[in-house]
Design a protein around this ligand. Structure first.
Ligand SMILES: [Zn+2]
Length: 317
């Protein structure tokens, strides 16, 4: 893909990239998560090292976990084996997520020649989640699914359905492209997970919760049984520039909680709020910890959890 002037401008603002070992995963995370059926299950995420995503979204900071060149053949299976070794015991069912900070179905990021070895390593798992840009979703997804013992779910960044913000995210995706990808996945029996942003640039701060909930609703309507809410943060240079010109306001813990509550009220599927970097989210010093705990309970058990009463943020009337 050729770099547009906008891509080049965003890339110039990035801080220096670390150099990474193509044969080691970035990290592993073991947690309990509700699956597409709403059941709490063990979920193992392996953050893989691989080729950088060819797209240049304004909000992305995942490029720092990527290689400058193509992922070498054999490296992804080697990283998965290494991750299992690091865990100390053999994997025991549940969900495995292979997140490569790019698209799994980009042949330069995950060489197709590695699929059989990957599928073999994933044999113990009942569900496999990989991520992919909607434009790179193709018949390959169904072909990979056929090689797996467990069920495949493809996670796609919907980000937002806000009509002005979506094109300005420089993701080069349209709702039409998302719908095409979603219906292709559904037609071959592959599950869909969507990422929806909270604190989306170019969406007025006061509307960020409303647009996140509308986007979750849209994702459900297009077959996504699991939606993950991603609170945005600065750190990539471009987000700092957008904050300065008033186009980005980092979401608080309370905003993330409001978006999750609103999305759960839709009651159309599983909605999770990403707490991966919750410590960096701003919030009221009196209640941010209690709100993070409540979000964690909503993630695990869904439904209604008693609200956090804070005399500072919710003063009695
Ligand atoms: Zn408070």
């Amino acid at each position: 893909m050729t770099r547009s002037s906008e891509d080049q401008r965003i890339r110039r603002l990035r801080p220096a990239k670390r150099s990474l070992d193509a044969w080691r995963p970035i990290g592993v995370q073991l947690e309990e998560e509700r699956n597409a059926d709403g059941e709490l299950a063990t979920s193992l995420t392996i953050f893989l090292t691989g080729r950088e995503c060819p797209f240049t979204c304004v909000f992305c900071d995942l490029w720092q976990y990527t290689l400058d060149g193509p992922t070498p053949a054999g490296a992804i299976p080697a990283q998965i084996e290494r991750a299992f070794e690091d865990l100390g015991e053999p994997p025991a069912g549940g969900t495995i997520k292979l997140y490569n900070a790019s698209s799994f179905f980009d042949d330069k990021a995950v060489p197709r020649s590695d699929w059989p070895a990957i599928a073999d390593l994933l044999r113990p798992f009942s569900q496999v989640v990989v991520e992919c840009h909607p434009r790179l979703v193709s018949d390959s997804c169904g072909e990979f699914a056929e090689q797996l013992e467990g069920r495949l779910e493809v996670a796609m960044g919907l980000e937002t359905i806000h009509p002005e913000a979506l094109p300005r995210l420089n993701k080069r995706v349209t709702l039409g492209a998302f719908e095409r990808a979603a219906s292709l996945l559904s037609s071959v029996g592959v599950g869909i997970r969507s990422f929806v942003l909270v604190g989306t640039p170019f969406v007025p701060e006061i509307e960020t919760v409303e647009w996140a909930v509308r986007s979750v609703n849209y994702a459900h309507q297009h077959g996504s049984r699991v939606v993950s809410l991603i609170p945005l943060r600065g750190g990539n240079g471009e987000m700092e520039r957008l904050a300065k010109v008033g186009a980005f306001c980092p979401p608080t813990v309370k905003r993330l909680e409001e978006a999750l509550d609103g999305a759960l009220l839709l009651d159309q599927g599983v909605v999770l709020a990403d707490l991966w970097d919750a410590e960096s989210l701003e919030g009221c010093p009196d209640c941010r910890g209690a709100r993070i705990d409540r979000i964690d309970r909503l993630n695990r058990f869904g439904g209604s959890q008693p609200p956090v009463a804070c005399p500072v943020c919710d003063p009695p009337e």
